[in-house]
Ligand binder design. Sequence first.
Ligand code: NAI
Ligand code: MG
Length: 499
Amino acid sequence: MDRQTSSAPLDESTRRFLSRGQYGLLIDGRMGPGKSNKSFDTLNPSTGEVLARLAEGDETDIDRAVRAARAAFEGAWSGWTPYERQALLYRAHDIIERNFDELAEIESLDMGAPISRTRSSKGALLKMILFFASQSGNISGQTLQNGLPGEVVTMSMKAPVGVIGGIIPWNGPLVGQWWLLGAVLASGCTAVLKPAEDASLSVLRTVELLHEAGLPEGVLNVVTGTGSVAGAALARHPDVDRIAFTGSTATGRKIIEASAVNIKKLQLELGGKSPDIVFADADLSKAVPGAAMGVFANSGQICFAGTRVFVERSIADEFSARVADFARGIRIGRSMDPDAQLGPLISRLQLDRVMSYIDIGSREGARLVCGGERMGGALSDGYFIAPTVFSHVDNEMRIAREEIFGPVLSVIPFDTVDEAIALGNQTDYGLGGAVWTRDISRALKVVQKIHTGVMWVNCYGLIDPLVGFGGTKHSGYGAKGGVAHLDNYLYSKSVYINT
Ligand code: NAI
Ligand code: MG
């Protein structure tokens, strides 16, 4: 395993951004301190060093941001035509494209993803903005027949729901925030964003750039701070109409409870424990790296990571050995190392969490094939864990039931298609899943019978906003992408016209 420490020089614009050192809340188009003047550090997880200081917003700040968002929603923004909102999204596309190198570096430094990974997300990010630009002109209701006496014309109309609270996780906010930003701008809603404490910088910089691109003040507001204070205040605020949340199922439950205050609508994308099913007839030259990166990508910090790899028993040992070889060959390095394929975990807390699961796996009787340890040497200051493979895992073990959110892959043998499907479904979660086989009818059977919001066949993790994905069971509700996405930001009104 390579232990890289080299680091490419930062873009001039990144250095300028980072030299500010301290960042405020971005409310009503202006950046300034929070009411309490408190602040907290965000670290570079590759080194454990402080990267920046962020304002610690509290309930008063959330309230001020919600007022700004409400005023913008009721104000001139409501008069913007779909074409004007679409044009704004095109300007957003261009300014993000022009400033992408800086945004990618900020993201990689703040959350640890290797710069090669962040840079390669450019196409996906720009496609999302184009997708939402196209959606802004596609909001429509219907005329409906009715059986009423007299001459009554009936129709449904769509209208933006109002102020959105966006609670964003740390595992890829540069791209992930656009599920929210794009929908807010396309639908005519406004928003208050609460980024994750460990990775707020790319959200702050993106919203700053959008103001440069002509975003009206108050339409998008960013309040940095902790989940328990700023996040919770947003989730229970009586003047927030809807929450879009991505994160843990435990926090999702708290948000559902808080939403009862004013019957907020919710879009929740929560945890996962996705099954990845490999049959003996699969092309292993594709299935091995595909299943491996289905777990290890972003150091395992992806909601739909295919962490339970069910392998047909006749090839289970060979598969485990090959996936371990693949894992050993992955280049681990600091996020700014241009050759790194995997970076650190986001924080000391997550590192400890993942290490404790590795310990639990060994104690439960799973066989550790490779990895399982914190990286030493030049990487010992960061939160690095070597990609880890367990074989002979039982689906009842905790490492097969609970979301680990780290680079830990479990190989679980199976004998028949029906057993693979039954085991795959034996989980509280229902986010992603995949099947690797040359037998298309078997693939389709698995696709139909596995209860998840997205299934891949002979690939893993492809996402296009035109198609989208979602979750079921404890993985949440409300699709991301597709035409259904914008519907979540609109409500429908039935209109009866007596002619
Ligand atoms: P989390 O779900 O607590 O954090 C996500 C966001 O929610 C952050 O912005 C946080 O500040 C906010 N938040 C926390 N508590 C809140 C509350 N009471 N009210 C409103 N907002 C709140 O996740 P955390 O603690 O960072 O990670 C723990 C585990 O969650 C991970 O190990 C992983 O299993 C899972 N997770 C899943 C993600 C996904 O994409 N599905 C993303 C991040 C974490
Ligand atoms: Mg950070």
